[in-house]
Design a protein around this ligand. Structure first.
Ligand SMILES: Nc1nc2c(ncn2[C@@H]2O[C@H](COP(=O)(O)OP(=O)(O)OP(=O)(O)O)[C@@H](O)[C@H]2O)c(=O)[nH]1
Length: 336
Protein backbone atom coordinates (compact mmCIF):
# COMPACT_ATOMS: atom_id res chain seq x y z
CA UNK A 1 0.00 0.00 0.00
CA UNK A 2 2.65 2.53 0.99
CA UNK A 3 4.42 1.90 -2.32
CA UNK A 4 1.40 3.21 -4.12
CA UNK A 5 1.79 6.72 -2.82
CA UNK A 6 1.74 9.39 -5.51
CA UNK A 7 5.02 11.30 -5.61
CA UNK A 8 4.55 15.03 -5.24
CA UNK A 9 7.25 17.47 -6.34
CA UNK A 10 7.02 21.09 -5.34
CA UNK A 11 8.50 23.40 -7.92
CA UNK A 12 9.47 26.77 -6.60
CA UNK A 13 11.51 29.72 -7.77
CA UNK A 14 11.06 33.39 -8.31
CA UNK A 15 8.94 34.79 -11.15
CA UNK A 16 10.40 33.96 -14.54
CA UNK A 17 13.27 31.85 -13.22
CA UNK A 18 12.52 28.89 -15.50
CA UNK A 19 10.01 26.70 -13.62
CA UNK A 20 7.73 26.06 -16.58
CA UNK A 21 10.75 25.46 -18.80
CA UNK A 22 11.78 22.74 -16.33
CA UNK A 23 8.27 21.36 -16.01
CA UNK A 24 7.77 20.75 -19.74
CA UNK A 25 11.00 18.73 -19.82
CA UNK A 26 10.12 16.76 -16.70
CA UNK A 27 6.74 15.89 -18.18
CA UNK A 28 8.31 14.66 -21.41
CA UNK A 29 10.80 12.59 -19.45
CA UNK A 30 8.20 10.84 -17.32
CA UNK A 31 5.74 10.39 -20.16
CA UNK A 32 8.43 8.73 -22.26
CA UNK A 33 9.32 6.53 -19.31
CA UNK A 34 5.72 5.29 -19.28
CA UNK A 35 4.70 7.07 -16.10
CA UNK A 36 1.78 9.41 -15.76
CA UNK A 37 2.54 12.92 -14.53
CA UNK A 38 -0.06 15.48 -13.48
CA UNK A 39 0.32 19.16 -12.72
CA UNK A 40 -1.10 21.70 -10.32
CA UNK A 41 -0.43 25.24 -11.42
CA UNK A 42 -0.84 28.31 -9.32
CA UNK A 43 -0.89 31.73 -10.92
CA UNK A 44 -1.44 35.10 -9.38
CA UNK A 45 -2.97 36.38 -12.59
CA UNK A 46 -6.48 35.43 -13.63
CA UNK A 47 -5.41 33.18 -16.47
CA UNK A 48 -3.00 30.30 -16.65
CA UNK A 49 -0.69 31.08 -19.53
CA UNK A 50 2.05 28.65 -18.57
CA UNK A 51 -0.53 25.89 -18.90
CA UNK A 52 -0.48 26.52 -22.63
CA UNK A 53 3.06 25.21 -22.74
CA UNK A 54 2.09 21.93 -21.15
CA UNK A 55 1.03 18.97 -23.26
CA UNK A 56 -2.77 18.91 -23.14
CA UNK A 57 -2.84 15.20 -22.40
CA UNK A 58 -1.34 15.88 -19.00
CA UNK A 59 -4.01 16.23 -16.30
CA UNK A 60 -3.79 19.72 -14.90
CA UNK A 61 -5.50 21.49 -12.08
CA UNK A 62 -5.35 25.26 -11.79
CA UNK A 63 -5.40 27.49 -8.76
CA UNK A 64 -5.76 30.94 -10.25
CA UNK A 65 -6.13 34.52 -9.12
CA UNK A 66 -4.05 34.26 -5.97
CA UNK A 67 -1.05 32.72 -4.38
CA UNK A 68 -1.37 29.21 -2.91
CA UNK A 69 0.31 30.26 0.25
CA UNK A 70 -2.21 33.06 0.82
CA UNK A 71 -5.37 31.41 -0.42
CA UNK A 72 -7.49 29.51 2.00
CA UNK A 73 -5.74 26.56 3.46
CA UNK A 74 -6.98 23.32 2.08
CA UNK A 75 -7.31 24.43 -1.57
CA UNK A 76 -4.09 22.73 -2.54
CA UNK A 77 -4.94 19.63 -0.52
CA UNK A 78 -8.28 19.42 -2.28
CA UNK A 79 -6.70 19.84 -5.70
CA UNK A 80 -4.24 17.04 -4.88
CA UNK A 81 -7.04 14.76 -3.72
CA UNK A 82 -9.14 15.40 -6.82
CA UNK A 83 -6.27 14.76 -9.20
CA UNK A 84 -5.39 11.51 -7.45
CA UNK A 85 -8.99 10.31 -7.42
CA UNK A 86 -9.91 11.36 -10.94
CA UNK A 87 -6.69 10.74 -12.82
CA UNK A 88 -4.59 8.27 -10.81
CA UNK A 89 -1.26 9.84 -11.77
CA UNK A 90 2.10 8.38 -10.73
CA UNK A 91 3.45 11.77 -9.81
CA UNK A 92 2.27 15.35 -9.42
CA UNK A 93 4.22 18.56 -9.91
CA UNK A 94 2.99 21.57 -7.98
CA UNK A 95 4.22 24.71 -9.71
CA UNK A 96 3.85 27.60 -7.34
CA UNK A 97 3.65 31.25 -8.24
CA UNK A 98 7.03 32.90 -8.28
CA UNK A 99 6.10 34.86 -5.19
CA UNK A 100 4.99 31.94 -3.06
CA UNK A 101 6.87 30.95 0.00
CA UNK A 102 7.35 27.23 -0.50
CA UNK A 103 7.27 26.58 3.24
CA UNK A 104 3.52 27.07 3.27
CA UNK A 105 3.09 24.79 0.29
CA UNK A 106 5.29 22.12 1.83
CA UNK A 107 3.16 22.41 4.91
CA UNK A 108 -0.03 21.85 2.90
CA UNK A 109 1.39 18.94 0.93
CA UNK A 110 2.61 17.22 4.06
CA UNK A 111 -0.76 17.85 5.73
CA UNK A 112 -2.48 16.25 2.72
CA UNK A 113 -0.07 13.31 2.87
CA UNK A 114 -1.53 12.45 6.24
CA UNK A 115 -4.92 11.86 4.70
CA UNK A 116 -4.35 10.97 1.06
CA UNK A 117 -2.00 8.44 -0.58
CA UNK A 118 0.71 10.89 -1.56
CA UNK A 119 4.22 11.71 -0.44
CA UNK A 120 6.30 14.84 -0.76
CA UNK A 121 9.15 13.52 -2.89
CA UNK A 122 11.17 16.59 -3.71
CA UNK A 123 11.41 20.34 -3.52
CA UNK A 124 13.00 21.78 -6.61
CA UNK A 125 13.87 25.45 -6.68
CA UNK A 126 14.82 27.12 -9.93
CA UNK A 127 17.01 30.17 -9.37
CA UNK A 128 17.47 32.95 -11.91
CA UNK A 129 21.23 33.05 -11.28
CA UNK A 130 21.94 36.48 -12.85
CA UNK A 131 19.04 38.04 -10.99
CA UNK A 132 20.07 36.55 -7.66
CA UNK A 133 23.60 37.79 -8.15
CA UNK A 134 22.45 41.30 -8.92
CA UNK A 135 20.11 41.37 -5.95
CA UNK A 136 22.80 40.05 -3.62
CA UNK A 137 25.06 42.91 -4.66
CA UNK A 138 22.56 45.71 -4.75
CA UNK A 139 19.60 45.08 -2.54
CA UNK A 140 18.48 43.26 0.51
CA UNK A 141 14.81 43.75 -0.17
CA UNK A 142 11.80 41.49 -0.07
CA UNK A 143 12.50 39.79 -3.34
CA UNK A 144 15.97 38.86 -2.15
CA UNK A 145 14.64 37.46 1.11
CA UNK A 146 11.96 35.48 -0.66
CA UNK A 147 14.53 33.97 -3.00
CA UNK A 148 16.63 33.07 -0.01
CA UNK A 149 13.65 31.29 1.53
CA UNK A 150 12.94 29.42 -1.71
CA UNK A 151 16.56 28.33 -1.86
CA UNK A 152 16.70 27.24 1.76
CA UNK A 153 13.91 24.72 1.51
CA UNK A 154 15.01 23.00 -1.72
CA UNK A 155 16.64 19.64 -2.03
CA UNK A 156 17.42 20.18 -5.69
CA UNK A 157 18.58 23.63 -6.74
CA UNK A 158 18.88 24.61 -10.36
CA UNK A 159 21.06 27.67 -10.86
CA UNK A 160 19.49 28.61 -14.13
CA UNK A 161 20.23 31.06 -16.96
CA UNK A 162 23.94 30.47 -16.57
CA UNK A 163 24.31 31.24 -20.27
CA UNK A 164 24.00 34.87 -19.15
CA UNK A 165 26.84 34.70 -16.61
CA UNK A 166 30.65 34.65 -16.73
CA UNK A 167 32.41 31.81 -14.92
CA UNK A 168 33.55 33.98 -12.01
CA UNK A 169 30.05 35.32 -11.48
CA UNK A 170 28.71 31.79 -11.65
CA UNK A 171 31.12 30.76 -8.93
CA UNK A 172 29.94 33.64 -6.77
CA UNK A 173 26.28 32.61 -7.04
CA UNK A 174 27.09 28.97 -6.39
CA UNK A 175 28.96 29.87 -3.21
CA UNK A 176 26.20 32.14 -2.01
CA UNK A 177 23.59 29.48 -2.52
CA UNK A 178 25.71 26.82 -0.86
CA UNK A 179 26.03 28.89 2.30
CA UNK A 180 22.26 29.22 2.53
CA UNK A 181 21.58 25.59 1.78
CA UNK A 182 24.48 23.18 2.15
CA UNK A 183 22.15 20.15 1.92
CA UNK A 184 20.79 20.63 -1.57
CA UNK A 185 22.11 19.12 -4.74
CA UNK A 186 23.09 22.23 -6.73
CA UNK A 187 23.26 22.14 -10.54
CA UNK A 188 24.06 24.88 -13.03
CA UNK A 189 21.60 24.87 -15.89
CA UNK A 190 20.73 26.54 -19.14
CA UNK A 191 17.02 26.50 -19.96
CA UNK A 192 16.55 24.36 -16.84
CA UNK A 193 18.05 21.34 -18.56
CA UNK A 194 19.06 18.74 -16.04
CA UNK A 195 19.36 14.98 -15.88
CA UNK A 196 15.86 14.05 -14.75
CA UNK A 197 17.16 10.93 -13.05
CA UNK A 198 18.25 13.30 -10.31
CA UNK A 199 14.62 13.53 -9.27
CA UNK A 200 14.54 9.83 -8.50
CA UNK A 201 17.27 10.34 -5.90
CA UNK A 202 15.43 13.14 -4.15
CA UNK A 203 12.94 10.89 -2.49
CA UNK A 204 15.45 9.70 0.09
CA UNK A 205 16.24 13.23 1.11
CA UNK A 206 12.62 14.27 1.29
CA UNK A 207 11.78 11.22 3.31
CA UNK A 208 13.70 12.41 6.32
CA UNK A 209 16.98 14.00 5.38
CA UNK A 210 18.17 17.20 6.98
CA UNK A 211 16.64 19.54 4.43
CA UNK A 212 13.13 18.39 4.91
CA UNK A 213 13.43 18.04 8.63
CA UNK A 214 14.64 21.61 8.82
CA UNK A 215 12.02 22.91 6.44
CA UNK A 216 9.31 21.17 8.38
CA UNK A 217 10.25 22.81 11.64
CA UNK A 218 10.71 26.09 9.96
CA UNK A 219 7.35 25.92 8.24
CA UNK A 220 5.56 25.43 11.51
CA UNK A 221 7.35 28.16 13.39
CA UNK A 222 7.01 30.65 10.53
CA UNK A 223 3.41 29.81 10.17
CA UNK A 224 2.72 30.41 13.79
CA UNK A 225 4.59 33.65 13.60
CA UNK A 226 2.53 34.85 10.65
CA UNK A 227 -0.74 34.55 12.35
CA UNK A 228 0.23 35.96 15.66
CA UNK A 229 2.21 39.02 14.64
CA UNK A 230 2.30 41.70 12.06
CA UNK A 231 2.27 39.97 8.66
CA UNK A 232 5.59 38.43 7.84
CA UNK A 233 7.05 39.43 4.49
CA UNK A 234 6.05 36.34 2.63
CA UNK A 235 2.52 36.62 3.75
CA UNK A 236 2.20 40.24 2.86
CA UNK A 237 2.43 40.06 -0.88
CA UNK A 238 0.96 43.52 -0.93
CA UNK A 239 4.16 44.81 -2.45
CA UNK A 240 3.72 42.43 -5.35
CA UNK A 241 0.91 43.29 -7.70
CA UNK A 242 -0.46 42.08 -10.97
CA UNK A 243 -2.41 43.76 -13.73
CA UNK A 244 -4.28 41.56 -16.20
CA UNK A 245 -5.23 43.21 -19.47
CA UNK A 246 -7.81 41.61 -21.75
CA UNK A 247 -7.43 43.00 -25.25
CA UNK A 248 -10.35 44.32 -27.27
CA UNK A 249 -8.22 44.80 -30.38
CA UNK A 250 -5.13 43.15 -31.80
CA UNK A 251 -2.06 45.39 -31.64
CA UNK A 252 0.95 46.01 -33.84
CA UNK A 253 3.83 43.70 -32.89
CA UNK A 254 6.59 46.28 -33.12
CA UNK A 255 4.66 48.89 -31.18
CA UNK A 256 4.01 46.24 -28.55
CA UNK A 257 7.69 45.31 -28.34
CA UNK A 258 8.57 48.96 -27.86
CA UNK A 259 5.97 49.28 -25.15
CA UNK A 260 7.42 46.25 -23.33
CA UNK A 261 10.94 47.59 -23.57
CA UNK A 262 9.73 50.82 -21.96
CA UNK A 263 8.01 49.12 -19.03
CA UNK A 264 9.12 50.59 -15.73
CA UNK A 265 11.79 48.74 -13.72
CA UNK A 266 9.15 47.86 -11.16
CA UNK A 267 7.47 45.50 -13.63
CA UNK A 268 9.70 42.48 -13.47
CA UNK A 269 7.56 39.87 -15.12
CA UNK A 270 5.01 39.93 -17.87
CA UNK A 271 3.50 37.31 -20.09
CA UNK A 272 0.60 36.98 -22.41
CA UNK A 273 -1.05 35.49 -25.43
CA UNK A 274 -1.52 37.93 -28.26
CA UNK A 275 -2.76 38.32 -31.79
CA UNK A 276 -0.92 40.97 -33.77
CA UNK A 277 -2.21 43.01 -36.67
CA UNK A 278 0.93 42.25 -38.66
CA UNK A 279 1.44 38.51 -38.01
CA UNK A 280 -0.61 35.50 -39.08
CA UNK A 281 0.07 33.44 -35.95
CA UNK A 282 -0.72 34.11 -32.31
CA UNK A 283 2.18 34.46 -29.89
CA UNK A 284 2.97 33.62 -26.32
CA UNK A 285 5.00 36.52 -25.07
CA UNK A 286 7.35 36.38 -22.11
CA UNK A 287 9.22 39.11 -20.32
CA UNK A 288 11.43 38.13 -17.42
CA UNK A 289 14.21 40.07 -15.87
CA UNK A 290 14.19 42.55 -18.75
CA UNK A 291 14.46 39.90 -21.47
CA UNK A 292 11.70 39.52 -24.02
CA UNK A 293 10.69 36.40 -25.85
CA UNK A 294 7.91 35.59 -28.35
CA UNK A 295 6.91 32.03 -29.23
CA UNK A 296 4.37 31.14 -31.92
CA UNK A 297 1.52 29.17 -30.48
CA UNK A 298 -1.86 27.75 -31.26
CA UNK A 299 -3.56 27.89 -27.87
CA UNK A 300 -5.53 24.94 -26.63
CA UNK A 301 -9.13 25.73 -25.92
CA UNK A 302 -10.53 29.21 -25.94
CA UNK A 303 -7.84 31.58 -24.77
CA UNK A 304 -8.43 35.29 -25.21
CA UNK A 305 -5.77 37.84 -26.06
CA UNK A 306 -4.47 38.74 -22.65
CA UNK A 307 -1.34 39.96 -20.91
CA UNK A 308 -0.38 39.87 -17.25
CA UNK A 309 2.09 42.31 -15.71
CA UNK A 310 3.63 41.50 -12.35
CA UNK A 311 5.82 43.75 -10.28
CA UNK A 312 6.13 45.89 -7.24
CA UNK A 313 4.20 49.11 -6.71
CA UNK A 314 3.91 50.02 -10.36
CA UNK A 315 1.04 52.03 -11.79
CA UNK A 316 -1.58 49.68 -13.23
CA UNK A 317 -3.28 52.70 -14.80
CA UNK A 318 -0.13 53.73 -16.64
CA UNK A 319 0.28 50.25 -18.11
CA UNK A 320 -3.39 50.14 -19.03
CA UNK A 321 -3.28 53.57 -20.68
CA UNK A 322 -0.33 52.55 -22.84
CA UNK A 323 -2.05 49.37 -23.95
CA UNK A 324 -5.26 51.23 -24.75
CA UNK A 325 -3.24 53.60 -26.94
CA UNK A 326 -1.84 50.62 -28.85
CA UNK A 327 -5.32 49.21 -29.25
CA UNK A 328 -6.62 52.55 -30.48
CA UNK A 329 -4.22 52.36 -33.42
CA UNK A 330 -5.87 49.17 -34.67
CA UNK A 331 -9.24 48.18 -36.07
CA UNK A 332 -8.64 44.44 -35.98
CA UNK A 333 -10.62 42.73 -33.23
CA UNK A 334 -8.73 40.70 -30.64
CA UNK A 335 -9.58 37.09 -29.80
CA UNK A 336 -12.00 37.18 -26.90
N1 LIG B 1 18.63 33.14 -21.43
C1 LIG B 1 17.91 32.23 -20.78
N2 LIG B 1 16.57 32.33 -20.72
C2 LIG B 1 15.87 31.37 -20.07
C3 LIG B 1 16.52 30.29 -19.44
N3 LIG B 1 15.57 29.51 -18.85
C4 LIG B 1 14.37 30.08 -19.10
N4 LIG B 1 14.54 31.22 -19.85
C5 LIG B 1 13.49 32.12 -20.34
O1 LIG B 1 12.94 32.82 -19.22
C6 LIG B 1 11.55 33.07 -19.43
C7 LIG B 1 10.74 32.57 -18.23
O2 LIG B 1 10.81 31.16 -18.17
P1 LIG B 1 9.65 30.28 -17.49
O3 LIG B 1 10.07 28.84 -17.54
O4 LIG B 1 8.32 30.63 -18.07
O5 LIG B 1 9.72 30.84 -16.00
P2 LIG B 1 8.70 30.55 -14.77
O6 LIG B 1 9.56 30.43 -13.58
O7 LIG B 1 7.81 29.41 -15.09
O8 LIG B 1 7.87 31.90 -14.74
P3 LIG B 1 6.55 32.25 -13.79
O9 LIG B 1 5.56 31.15 -14.03
O10 LIG B 1 6.08 33.57 -14.27
O11 LIG B 1 7.03 32.34 -12.40
C8 LIG B 1 11.18 32.40 -20.74
O12 LIG B 1 11.21 33.37 -21.75
C9 LIG B 1 12.28 31.39 -20.93
O13 LIG B 1 12.48 31.05 -22.28
C10 LIG B 1 17.97 30.21 -19.50
O14 LIG B 1 18.63 29.32 -18.97
N5 LIG B 1 18.59 31.21 -20.18
Amino acid sequence: MTNKRVEVYVLSGFLGSGKTTFLTQAIDYYTEAGRKPAVIMNEIGEVNLDGQLINNEVPMSELLGGCICCSSRGDLGLALKELITDEQPDLIFVESTGIANPMEIIDEVTDASLIFPLALSGIITVVDAPQLLELSRTSRGKTFRLMQEQIRCANLLLLNKTDLLETAAMQEVAELVQTWNPHADVRSTVFSRVDMELLEGLRDVAAGGPTQAESGDHAHSEHHHDHSHEAHYHHSHSHVMAYTHFFERAVDSEAFEQFVSRLPQEVYRAKGILSFTDTASRFLFQFAYREMDFIKITPQGQVPDVAVFIGENFSRDAVREELLKLEAMSDMPAVK
